[in-house]
Write a new protein. Structure first.
Length: 263
């Protein structure tokens, strides 16, 4: 989708909604021009970890809805930059679209769950991060088949946003994104739940092997692409993709255990 076409699509939808600060039409168009590239950036970044049959254009269209939502709901009094809020909304709308598409076959979800449980079982038993050969051996498959499974699983999210919203924060009606970005959120239960969840995730990341921790840091904090990370670590892009997926499986397993303990 061309930038100009995206601008027109956004303008069509923005005519009937309030924008941050009651902006005039000129300012509104400026907002569209300024933040439409963010939609493309988030869409292509997500698409790198998804099967090839997932259309980037579908993600971009969902991102348009996310940006519209951000423009209508943004409250500058909460002390959060609009770009930060918009990116959360855009990414959230794209993930909602992926969930609605239900693009992950049930067999792949089952395979992911089996690997997660195996990793968690072995790490609890051995008291250390496990090697690929050990996981494959416990699963009773060859290392090649294990890597093929990892490639199939690529793209699964770290956490289910709805589960976090409904079971951890026990929210009804209030959007989890608003909660996470609201610096004035003063519900003691919400504050404690979020602090504990972040602590559990931080601990899980800290326990990762060095190379996996480095991939996570370069991808999520330095915002390098998988290809760029491969160049830094002198590995192929496909190998970095495998490492990233294994990290997600490790973290999912540990966070699921944490959530089971606290729910």
């Amino acid at each position: 989708m061309k930038t100009k076409a995206l601008k027109y699509q956004l303008n069509d939808h923005l005519r009937d909604i309030d924008t941050p600060g009651e902006q005039d039409p000129v300012s509104q168009e400026d907002m569209v021009l300024k933040y439409s590239p963010l939609i493309k950036f988030v869409a292509h970044r997500l698409a790198m970890r998804l099967p090839t049959h997932i259309s980037v254009q579908d993600l971009i269209s969902a991102g348009v809805i996310g940006l519209m939502d951000a423009l209508s709901k943004y409250d500058p009094n909460k002390g959060v930059e609009f770009k930060t809020y918009a990116e959360f909304r855009i990414r959230g709308a794209m993930l909602d679209e992926l969930r609605a598409m239900d693009w992950v076959p049930r067999s792949v979800r089952q395979k992911a769950t089996r690997i997660e449980r195996t990793i968690l079982h072995l790490e609890n038993k051995m008291g250390r991060p496990v090697e690929d050969e050990e996981v494959a051996g416990e699963l009773g498959i060859s290392l090649e088949d294990y890597y093929n499974s990892i490639n199939e699983i690529n793209g699964l999210p770290l956490l289910d946003r709805e589960m976090i919203q409904n079971k951890v924060f026990k929210l009804s009606g209030k959007d989890i994104l608003d909660l996470l970005l609201d610096e004035e959120e003063n519900d003691p239960f919400h504050q404690l739940s979020f602090k504990e969840l972040k602590g559990a995730l931080a601990t899980a990341i800290e326990e990762l092997p060095h190379k996996e921790k480095l991939v996570i840091s370069l991808y999520y904090f330095e915002e390098l692409t998988l290809k760029e990370i491969g160049e830094v670590l002198q590995l192929t892009e496909s190998r970095i993709c495998q490492i990233h997926t294994k990290v997600i499986l490790r973290l999912r397993a540990k966070l699921k255990r944490y959530l089971m303990d606290v729910l």
